[in-house]
Design a protein around this ligand. Structure first.
Ligand code: NAD
Length: 489
């Protein structure tokens, strides 16, 4: 039988997790985690200060050597057990995600399935770390190349996918033999706390993963990043914060993985199946209430199908039911907080002032939560404010184009380069687009690219490195090369 909300919240740890123990934080006061659909407090949890952060790093550092020598199979099996436990408890995880983040329960279930795949995928990758052995070209030596865990890592995650953003980092770190300090976002830390409790039950030894929750991210993270014991930082969040962390990382020349912001173009050509494009647009725009780095941010639509596309999209967007994620008929939750809602209104007003016209939505929704109506804006002028910023909410601005060249130029006119989407039935055009769009990922005739088996990541100011796929574990490994003389000489 499903747990009540209260019973579920009672299962969530509210302390820091350092060296296998749940301990109090020493920061000022505590953190109140809020339900964005009601504005009410769900749970009050520990607040770490800089000393707590360093204690977590000490635990990770002291465990690193021991953990790196644990057999890959054993590391993989811990991850596999955790995968099975999360699967068994998927309804609990989905409910918690929906409660603290606001997404509809069906989407939260989708996140659990997606996020949990990283535990399974990396449980399988743990035993595939390998190297090579060969004769040097001149024949006088032997060359060995091995992969070693990079060392204690610091993971900082955002609030929008509370489970998946954590497993995408914790999974490969455990598989590679790295220890970690994890700092989830202060807005949605509960899922990470429940996940780590689950990893503990799956047999993860003390000190391998340590979790700090804090309301003072910069002050608590700074000393960890400046500490020479740390060897790696892995961050998912905004480009603005990513830049700061890169600057700080330069002091200790840390290995860095940066999954940053996006400004995804969504191209619809005159030869596209418009109905399929609209279905793809709903996924690419409305997944997570538009609060995804992969969210379609700019709809770039051929002028001959622009009206048809806008009307069909507006009909679907307008039919979404705003409400609390846990209500069965809700198809669109709130944005994360009041600031985000105000930002939606600012963007709509600016776009209208710059010549766009609202087809549907365009204003806040009713109720106590931070609701904003799903919005479509047609005839947006190139250069408009909304096309330059990451919207991070349920607004779809539509720009028109005449030629393929113009569409590509519009799509690439951004400092971001995470993902692009393109709808066309012409295979040659599809291939031209793949080669011309400056993004780390492209969805060709689909609005969803995320998959644990695929290398997720961006180019330009959307980041450095890849998460998931065969590439994902490399972010936690370093190459060690050995030369030794020919044993026969
Ligand atoms: P954010 O950058 O505000 O915060 C991300 C994390 O960094 C949080 O844990 C926050 O507490 C922490 N943080 C903030 N300032 C810090 C500092 N000075 N030092 C250390 N830590 C600090 O981002 P957000 O609002 O939580 O998330 C939304 C952003 O994340 C969007 O830009 C989105 O595109 C991006 N994102 C990217 C990906 C990706 O894979 N590329 C995935 C999800 C989200």
């Amino acid at each position: 039988m499903a747990l009540s909300e209260q019973d579920l919240l009672a299962k969530v740890p509210t302390q820091l997790y350092i060296n296998g123990k749940w301990v109090d934080g020493h920061g000022e006061g505590q953190i109140e985690v809020e339900d964005p659909a009601t504005g009410k407090t769900l749970l009050t949890i520990a607040n770490a200060n800089a000393a707590d952060g360093l204690a977590a790093l000490s635990a990770a550092d002291e465990t690193q050597k021991i953990w790196s020598r644990v057999a890959p199979r054993e590391r993989g099996e811990i991850l596999r057990r955790a995968f099975e436990l999360v699967k068994e408890r998927s309804e609990e995880f989905a409910t918690l995600i929906s409660l603290e983040m606001g997404k509809p329960i069906a989407e939260a279930r989708g996140e659990v399935a997606y996020g949990n795949e990283f535990l399974r995928w990396f449980s399988e990758e743990a035993v595939r770390i390998s190297g090579r052995y060969g004769t040097s070209p001149e024949g006088t030596g032997r060359m060995l190349v091995a992969q070693r865990p990079v060392g204690p890592a610091f993971a900082i995650t955002p609030w929008n996918f509370p489970l998946a953003m954590a497993t995408r980092k914790i999974g490969p770190a455990i598989a590679a033999g790295c220890t970690m300090v994890v700092k989830p976002a202060e807005l949605t830390p509960l899922t990470t706390l429940l996940l780590v409790k689950t990893l503990e039950e799956a047999g993860l030894p003390a000190g391998v993963v340590n979790v700090i929750t804090t309301s003072t991210s910069a002050a608590t993270s700074g000393p960890i990043i400046a500490d020479p014991r740390l060897r790696k930082i892995t961050f998912t969040g905004s480009t603005q914060v990513g830049r700061k962390l890169l600057e700080q990382s330069a002091q200790q020349v840390l290995r860095t993985s940066m999954e940053l912001g996006g400004n995804a173009p969504f191209l619809v050509f005159e030869d596209a199946d418009v109905e399929a494009a609209v279905a793809g647009a709903m996924l690419a725009k409305m997944r997570n209430i538009g609060q995804a780095c992969t969210a379609a941010n700019r709809f770039i639509v051929h002028e001959s199908v622009a009206e048809e596309f806008a009307n069909q999209l507006a009909a679907k967007m307008g039919a979404l039911k705003l409400g609390r994620g846990l209500d069965a008929d809700t198809t669109c939750g709130p944005v994360i907080n009041e600031k985000a809602r105000e930002n939606m209104q600012r963007l709509v007003d600016a776009t209208v002032a710059e010549g766009g016209s609202v087809v549907v939505g365009g204003e806040a929704g009713d109720g106590d939560g931070y609701f904003f109506k799903p919005t479509v804006i047609q005839g947006v002028k190139p250069g408009s404010t909304i096309l330059r910023e990451e919207i991070f909410g349920p607004i779809a601005p539509i720009v028109h184009f005449k030629t393929e060249e113009e569409a590509i130029a519009l799509a690439n006119d951004t400092e971001y380069g995470l993902v692009s989407y393109a709808f066309t039935k012409d295979l040659k055009r599809g291939l031209r687009l793949i080669e011309s769009l400056d993004t780390g990922m492209t969805g060709l005739n689909t609005g969803l690219v995320s998959n644990a088996a695929a290398p997720f990541g961006g180019v330009k100011q959307s980041g450095l490195g890849r998460e998931g796929g065969f590439e994902g574990i490399n972010e936690y490994l370093e190459t060690k090369y050995v030369m030794t003389p020919d044993p026969f000489l």
